[in-house]
Write a protein that binds this ligand. Sequence first.
Ligand SMILES: [Zn+2]
Length: 235
Amino acid sequence: MSEHPNEPHGGSLSQRLNALRAAVLGANDGIVSTAGVVLGVAGATTDHQAIMVAGVAALVAGAVSMALGEYVSVSSQRDSERALVEKERRELADMPDEEFAELVALYVNRGLSQSTATVVARELTDKDALRAHLDIELGIDPDEFVSPTVAAASSAVSFVVGGLLPVAAILLAPAASRVIITYLGVLVALGITGALGARMGGAPAGRASLRVMIGGAIGLLLTYGIGMAFGTTLG
Ligand SMILES: [Zn+2]
């Protein structure tokens, strides 16, 4: 723990870290896609109300889509993990000897000697056979099933938190400078979320944050330019 503060160590720590990381990524999504919408619209029109409506619609649509996507993906992952747990439970009941031999073989594969592997498998089987099999065969911890509802709600919330920044910036800044203020504010925010996300994943923060900022800078310039092109064509 003291040597590698970023390394997930199993249990609730890694789960909490994953949740935090998902929140940072969700906020990042919210910043980029909402900024794209409001800057694109601001490129086409100076109408304050049109920009506000577009910003709110982008926030709502993004939050709904994040929540749905997360719900579906976490639910199906949980379903397949539950099915695997059931299968393992059945196999343990139907053929305990074969399963014991399998467990010993898996520990031998990991580098234990036959005799040590047998002792380890024996003790783990006596304690909680199902847990031992799920751990080494499937990498599943039955206590760590993530709730799809919680995952959906937290990704929607983090999207909105991130997306509020460009919406607030473009609505509150003076009309003459709102595009540049929003643009710069978004780049700073992207630098921060990029660094946070990288740190939680154990990657170097500087490079990740630079990558996200350059990507965001180019992407937002493009959306603003396209908005301006449409604005002149339509207006
Ligand atoms: Zn097994």
